[in-house]
Unconditional design. Sequence first.
Length: 232
Amino acid sequence: MARVLVVEDEQELLALIRQELRHAGHEVEAAYDGPTGVAAVEREEPDLIVLDVMLPGFDGLEVLRRVRAKRATPILMLTARSTELDKVLGLELGADDYLTKPFSMRELLARVSAILRRVELIRARSASTPEAERIEAPGLVIDIAAHEVIVEGQTVAFTATEFRLLRLLAGNPGRVFSREYLLEEVWGGDVTVFDRTVDSHIQRVRKKLGKAGEMIETVWGVGYRFTARVRA
């Protein structure tokens, strides 16, 4: 069972989502606009957020920005927009998955389950490693057991997907990973992904790492590798 926050202003859809999630065994809280959604995240500390893009007050993308500034809570975006650009924008801002309206409740539940499984897998792997295990590079410490990324002495919030991506790259310095391999290993084939999904996440990880982000190199036509060095 997980605590799920649904931020959706369409009352009928919200009621249906709430009903299906509760039938699946989850505890469900609801919010109806952007401001109350952000407040509910702080108050309820959910395990997963189902977030509509089109909301009164301020939209779901703004909710996403504000949540990501403080928390790594998994977020499934809902939208009536179907263009790849809109989906990539949500992913670049830190969404874990994207579902386009109209959708079936079966697909929604499958996406929710896939996200929760990935988070649980990461936690299980972290719990099975010694507390002292960490990856260190110039200006960067990745604490596996604590699931923390420390950049220049400051802890930086990473989503579960971002952490897994960084851990895979930094844990195998010098190895080149193709986009296809990263999609399979990090996203596990559980969700629909797009051509720029890996690129968007890499850009966001680099930005969070600051100067240390230079250690993630692009190998043109192939993928990415971690070099464990930065330019002077």
